[in-house]
Design a binder for this molecule. Structure first.
Ligand code: F6R
Length: 240
């Protein structure tokens, strides 16, 4: 079931997301985390709350959704670097409790399988998601089977275009592949929190919520999950 929360704008979306997330910031919990522009406001609120109220992440574990293939973890646009800069280095979560899939090495598929095994051993309590303008969740692009596990994937051209803002607006600098949790992996999370803001997400939001459940809109599978909260701002909700 999808519970929809409509808010005015990005700031309100981040406030609401923090309210939902706060319940899960407790010892023993496992957080599924995302990168991109969408979660930045939420992460800023988590950092503020940690600094002002001492909320601790010492006994929390985290699993990220995805990572570009071929970027060193020291590259500022690697998702590993993103997570450290925007969250992990500013809270007290132990490094060994955090997991970001590796996009480096000779056996990416083998590593992906191990990533799924780790998640199976530590089921995710709440998975945070953004949504691509093409309806992707993590880097599961249209056409990805709904039962997929963590795997290596080619990025859609629209995703490369959307993400080139992080790579000097140069599409040739954007990695063309990523390691991503599969849709099957994401669907195992006990709760899902998806945030969508901005007019360029409106069509994807409409397809996710009221379209047929079809691989042409990967996020439409969320209609089959028991516990999904979708926070949308006015612009992203404009076609609902
Ligand atoms: C990021 C991820 C992606 C993004 C999506 C939206 O870890 O998995 O699916 O959530 O591409 O990106 P933004 O938030 O930059 O609009």
């Amino acid at each position: 079931m999808i519970r929809i929360i409509k808010v005015k704008d990005y700031e309100e979306a981040s406030d609401k997301a923090f309210e939902v997330m706060k319940e899960f910031i407790a010892p023993g919990k496992v957080l599924g985390l995302a990168t991109g522009s969408t979660p930045l406001g939420l992460y800023a609120r988590m950092v503020k709350d940690h600094k002002e109220n001492g909320t601790s992440y010492k006994d929390i574990r985290s699993f990220n959704l995805d990572e570009y293939v071929g970027l060193e973890i020291t590259h500022p646009e690697s998702y590993y670097a993103f997570m450290h800069r925007n969250l992990f280095d500013q809270i007290d979560i132990p490094e060994e409790n955090t997991h970001v899939p590796s996009g480096l090495g000779d056996d990416l598929e083998g590593q992906a399988k191990k990533y799924d095994e780790m998640i199976d051993a530590s089921p995710v309590d709440i998975q945070l998601l953004g949504i691509g303008s093409d309806g992707h969740i993590a880097f599961n692009e249209p056409g990805t089977p709904f039962d997929s596990g963590t795997h290596v994937t080619d990025l859609a051209e629209s995703t490369i275009r959307d993400n080139c803002r992080f790579f000097d607006n140069d599409m040739s600098k954007v990695p063309t592949q990523a390691v991503t949790q599969g849709i099957g992996t994401i669907m195992k999370a006990k709760n899902i929190l998806l945030i969508a803001t901005g007019a360029n997400k409106a069509q994807a939001v409409k397809d996710m919520i009221s379209g047929p459940i079809d691989v042409s809109c990967p996020a439409s599978i969320l209609q089959k999950h028991d516990n999904v909260t979708v926070i949308v701002d006015e612009a992203a909700a404009s076609l609902l």
